[in-house]
Design a protein around this ligand. Structure first.
Ligand SMILES: [Zn+2]
Length: 310
């Protein structure tokens, strides 16, 4: 019995460590203006009918101004005439509710970073769902469904189990979206099961869309090299096999140069870099249950953690 308890304590201890070893401070949040900070950090409220998203009807996703996490789909936005953007549903797990200090309302915050969003009301019978998330425009950014050509950058990396890579990169400033998938192999439309055999040649990878006005390929790549171990050969953490290899899939010569430069910097610091640099080939999006895995399951990665290397 004692050994069982010891095991449980050990598991709790290591689970705690893995949580602590990821520090959001290291990844930094988006810079906020004074007014944005007053609403987002100090739980302020913008004047009704003044926010930029109050009446917007464009198709896309509303993300947290502070951390970039996806919060609301435009399909859940409705006109409430209250003067603030209104949604009758949130993206699953994206919003936390707290009793407001005023004793009657329910405050809503970004589940990822704690940014104040506004309040949620029920029982107003404004929509079938009978819920109204009343959100400050200033707490939100908007990502159009049709990304304007040339406005966003793309990066493809493999660094072990994509759940962890996706989770940690998703939190960085300027990241619009991270999609888990498979690339670098020789089988069309592979399934997770096929990739797991290690016989398809594919690596578990992520495709990142980023905003070049807020970050850069260089910054995203450096972060990638700091949230996984680029010196591990043939796997990542406890996950062993070719599908968990470390690899940068460049989309153009400029990305190739930036990748090689950064790997050379690591080598000059004494790291025995195992990361391959390869021309990108077709990226296959993984099955739905792999997307936002940790986010949906309320867990944190077992296989990845932020370690400063640059
Ligand atoms: Zn946030």
């Amino acid at each position: 019995m004692i050994s069982k308890y010891a095991l449980v304590i050990l598991i709790i201890y290591f689970a705690g460590m893995s949580e602590k070893s990821f520090s959001q401070e290291n990844l930094k949040f988006n810079d906020l203006t004074k007014f944005e900070s007053r609403v987002i950090n100090d739980k302020g409220t913008e004047t009704p009918f003044t926010g930029k998203y109050t009446d917007s009807k464009e198709k896309g996703t509303y993300v947290c101004k502070k951390c970039g996490a996806a919060l609301y789909h435009s399909s859940d936005k409705f006109e409430s005439d209250c003067g603030w953007p209104s949604f009758d549903n949130e993206i699953k797990g994206a919003v936390n509710r707290f009793p407001d200090p005023d004793g009657s309302r329910t405050e809503i915050e970004c589940a990822n970073c704690g940014a104040h969003l506004g309040h949620v009301f029920t029982g107003e019978r404004l929509t079938d769902k009978n819920i109204r998330h009343c959100v400050n425009s200033v707490s939100l950014d908007f990502v159009p469904a049709q990304l304007e050509a040339g406005r966003y950058g793309t990066a493809i990396f493999a660094g072990g189990c994509f759940w962890g890579v996706e989770y940690l990169l998703q939190k960085a400033p300027g990241i619009i979206s991270v999609t888990s998938g498979y690339t670098g192999g020789n089988v069309k439309n592979p399934s997770y099961k096929e990739v797991c055999t290690g016989n398809t040649g594919h690596a578990e990878a992520v495709k990142i869309i980023y905003d070049p006005q807020k970050t850069s390929y260089d910054k995203v790549l450096r972060l990638f090299l700091e949230i996984h171990d680029p010196t591990q050969v043939g796997g990542q953490g406890p996950d062993l096999g070719d599908q968990y290899r470390s690899e940068i899939f460049f989309l153009n010569d400029e990305q190739k140069k930036i990748a090689e430069n950064n790997l050379n910097i690591l080598k000059s610091k004494g790291f025995k870099v195992a990361t391959a640099v390869t021309k990108a080939s077709e990226f296959y999006t993984a099955e739905g249950y792999h997307q936002d895995y940790y986010f949906k399951n309320g867990k944190t990665p077992y296989c990845h953690a932020y370690v400063k290397r640059f």
